[in-house]
Design a protein around this ligand. Sequence first.
Ligand code: FES
Ligand SMILES: [Fe+2]
Length: 384
Amino acid sequence: MTRVWSRCLGLSMSEAVPTILHADDAAAKGPTRDADAGFLWDFWYPAVLSSEIHGTRLVTAMLLEVPLVLGRTAEGKAFAMRDSCPHRGIPLSYGHFDGTTVECSYHGWRFDACTARCVEIPSLSSQDKLKVERIFAGHYPCEEKDGYVWVYMTSPGTRPPEKVPCAPALPVFSKRYKITQLECELPSHVDQGIIGLMDPAHGPFVHQSWFWRSKHSIHEKQKQFEPIPYGFRMSPHSPSSNSAPYQLLKKITGEGVTTTIDFVLPNMRLEEIHSGKMWFSSRATVTPVRWDLCRIDFVAAWNLPFLPVSLFRMFGKTFLRQDQETMIKQAEGLKHDPKLMLIDDADRPAKWYFGLKANLLEARRTGGEMVHPITGSVTLRWRS
Ligand code: FES
Ligand SMILES: [Fe+2]
């Protein structure tokens, strides 16, 4: 069923290969293309898995509607350039990469992969005065962490700052651990993807599984939240008594289980679970690919000896597929531009997200301090 859904919409739930985007898809988006797409620039976003770039292969990706070409130099350094030749705009990914420079397939201009500086224009004669080294292709800071190639997406028309912050790293709590990555595309604007990610009320309806919980286990909950830089935290607490895996963990370690969940701009949900010496840490990011398409990248690490990677992946994929199928159905409804609601308290995290985003943009616009939409500790109550 999922396969069919996915195929219809050209969506994928693959672990490795991101969907190759076609020009027609972008055009289908209509008049929204030139409007402010509501993206948050000047942040790191995961572009592809590190394992996808090897040898002299050039790989394409799209982030925030920017086409990218990625690769790895002979020295092993990942790079990301705008997939467009500054001469006539042909995608550089059609060109040739020799481990140091990318050669455009049209007129053979060559660009240094790390700096994107032009190093050769074959057509120039001895008479030409053109300063080749002053020509650059678009390029973006690039870093590898947790098995992903992260790209720092600077706002259109600006250069990367001198000092770029480090790319996010998943917190881990012991020397040895297992780690795995999953991904899933959603046919939605990034905001819908993010508020879906932090929505506490859909669990009993969307994520009904024998291994997780049933619809009948719904009960009233009360959780404490606090502001953190660029986000908010669900303060450390004992996780839901209606989730089987937490109960199992408690049985195995014989100790209490605590979980802490953070949301941090632009798009990140981090969860840490601890029980005695055992820990589980995960991060989900929702990255805008296009205005109408986003991608969840989910990475999890743990030192629980009884949880093999293969078993976790099976559960994880089921979970993501449930979200994906729901978002596919929602996209069907959103086509007709309905009025939507955010209710208290179950949708308060979603309101905070919009508040954080608006306040960040306002602070950037005015050059002032960002005002945090949450002023202190807050208790939210909902049933799930
Ligand atoms: S278009 Fe790339 S070299 Fe001319
Ligand atoms: Fe979900």
